[in-house]
Design a protein around this ligand. Sequence first.
Ligand code: GLA
Length: 383
Amino acid sequence: MLREKLIDKFTELFHSQPELFRSPGRINIIGEHTDYNDGFVFPAAINKEIFFAVAKNNVEKIRLYSYDLNEFFETNILKISKSTCHWANYLLGVIAQFHKENTQIQGIDCVFGGNIPLGAGLSSSAALENGFAFALNSIFNFSKSKINLVKIAQKAEHEYAGVQCGIMDQFASMYGLENMAIKLDCRTLEYEYAPLNLGAYTFLLCNTKVSHSLASSEYNIRRRQCEEGVAILKKFDSKITALRDVNSLFLEAYKESLSALIYKRCKFVVSENERVYKAFKALETNDLYKLGQLMYQSHKGLRNNYEVSCSELDFLVEESLKNSNVLGARMMGGGFGGCTLNLLRINEIENFSQHIIDSYKMKFGIEPEIYTVQIANGTGACK
Ligand code: GLA
């Protein structure tokens, strides 16, 4: 098992006994690009995860080993700065945030590895930041709250990975609960768990295996475009501080004051927020058909108005529309590649997966990956 392998590697490299931690990736049922607009999201942690073997080292060094990449990174604890080592930045970013909060990290060793596919929109980076933040908090007895750790992880992403992400990924990975999705208000950070009783249905992920390089630059651009929209709309109602405060009626009334591009961006976010609310209700009343329709609408908005989809994702969603046992599908996460999330009949998984594999391979010459998901607990120590 991976956990044992990590511990073995740790003792081989550092000759001491580590503590073990786990941090999961996430899916998001609906509510894409709403988090940084102070809106609502509906994510859940999943059984794709990263494990961390961690211990103090008493030598004032940060020594990190990525088991999956078979790469080692080392630096002095007093010299934390951005590195050219891509993966180390997620962890260094976390340490830098602890230091900013005047919680000094001493020498630490860490071996980590997992099974969250990279660039698949399943938040492997949030899992990495969260898991390390949780481990440091526990090993150095800082008693920081979970929400504090979530914010540390998010800031690490902003400052060391250069993505101005919202809070959804880190929150979902930290607060996940088995078989529960999380209704999260990204403004107040109030949340509620919603049982995922899907009966004869389930969620299935189809990984395009592409991750276009536009992803992080376009992400930051979308964020600015939303702010631009808010700056204009607040002239008509000073209470507006984020797109969360705008509804469809208001947006239509002041449409002419926005450029066509900014209107499209706002239109998507405002409608997506409204869809999240409808999705909460649909799940509550067991109306999976409705939930599926909302997922399709979400994809359409992400493709046409927010323009963060790509031909590979669109193709997978189009194929799902041909199968009446699939109730809904959409691209998931930031966009420009990664996975689609599909809501389909459990007994259709095999048939649908085979069709997706064959047709996608034929079209793009790439073998897609298909994952069934179980909804799992959030970041924590392993017993
Ligand atoms: C990425 C970000 C999240 C969120 C999604 C889009 O996953 O990290 O904060 O904005 O994109 O919903």
